[in-house]
Design a protein around this ligand. Structure first.
Ligand code: ADP
Length: 255
């Protein structure tokens, strides 16, 4: 009986080891798929503007200054897009590293939102979107890194503009609730399916919704938002209905 018991124990252990190995192989395969997908996304996001720059460079030829202007503008847009991707990559690495110290200076959320609104206003107007800013009275100051907070707000705002079709509305609000500042970025855009909402804040995540995939992107924006919010002792949440619109709510401890 002892021997049988021993054999049973041994075979159970073998089965458990096999199962663990299979799970590890599956996880490694998933990681490998993810790595390939990340490389494909990044390459595409860098190659597209690079093609715009080199194409326009060729067209410039012997044009005089006035004739060259639209080509130079296209090259500037391509350069800005590449700079954005590289900036996002560096920022995500920095804000995901707990050893990287957080700067804490008083940041005026009202001024930061106004700056973001000014930055996206042209793009919103060109797309036929209405852009509203509603900021409550009182002190809306949070202790934090001004650059990180700016980037977090501009990522949310530019997503709202990017994923809202012509004729829609983007509303940004900020209010003080007790010891917190709450910022909401609300749009009447394409929305996000329930199955995607849990994964949104993961680095490099892009939905499978073809309407969203028509827009350029790396899937870095919201992972930066989540990491910055967490570093500042706050959080970000999403509520969305596919085809109707999305609201991101950002809560940050106030000074
Ligand atoms: P990116 O926009 O570069 O793909 P993000 O991390 O900013 O990356 O967003 C991840 C995904 O979340 C996007 O690919 C898009 O599918 C979805 N998403 C983000 N913001 C919105 C929004 N306001 N409306 C609809 N979908 C959104």
């Amino acid at each position: 009986a002892l021997e049988i018991g021993h054999d049973l124990g041994a075979s159970l252990t073998t089965a458990a080891v096999l199962e663990r190995e299979r799970r590890l192989v599956r996880e490694l395969q998933q990681l490998d798929d993810h790595r390939s997908q990340v490389i494909a996304t990044l390459s595409h996001e860098l190659r597209t503007p690079l093609a715009v720059i080199s194409g326009n460079l060729e067209l410039l030829g012997d044009l005089d200054l006035a004739e060259a202007s639209p080509y130079r503008a296209a090259m500037a847009r391509g350069t800005a897009r590449m700079q954005n991707v590289v900036e996002d990559l560096l920022l995500l690495t920095r804000v995901s590293d707990p050893r990287h110290p957080l700067v804490r200076v008083p940041v005026d959320v009202r001024a930061a939102l106004e700056e973001v609104a000014a930055l996206i206003r042209n793009t919103a107007q060109a797309k036929g979107l209405t852009l509203d800013l509603g900021v409550g009275a009182g002190r809306l100051v949070v202790p934090g890194d001004p650059h990180e907070i700016d980037r977090m707000l501009s990522n949310l705002a530019s997503n709202a503009v990017k994923y809202t079709p012509a004729g829609g509305r983007v509303t940004m609000t900020a209010h003080r609730y007790g010891g917190e500042v709450r910022v909401q970025v609300c749009d009447t855009g394409i929305g996000i399916g329930e199955q995607d909402q849990a994964a949104l804040f993961r680095a490099f995540f892009r939905t499978t919704n073809p309407e969203a995939l028509r827009q350029p992107g790396t899937g870095l924006g919201l992972s930066i938002v989540a990491a910055v919010a967490e570093r500042h002792g706050g959080e970000v949440a999403v509520s969305s209905v596919l085809g109707e619109g999305t609201t991101f709510t950002l809560t940050l401890p106030a000074t």
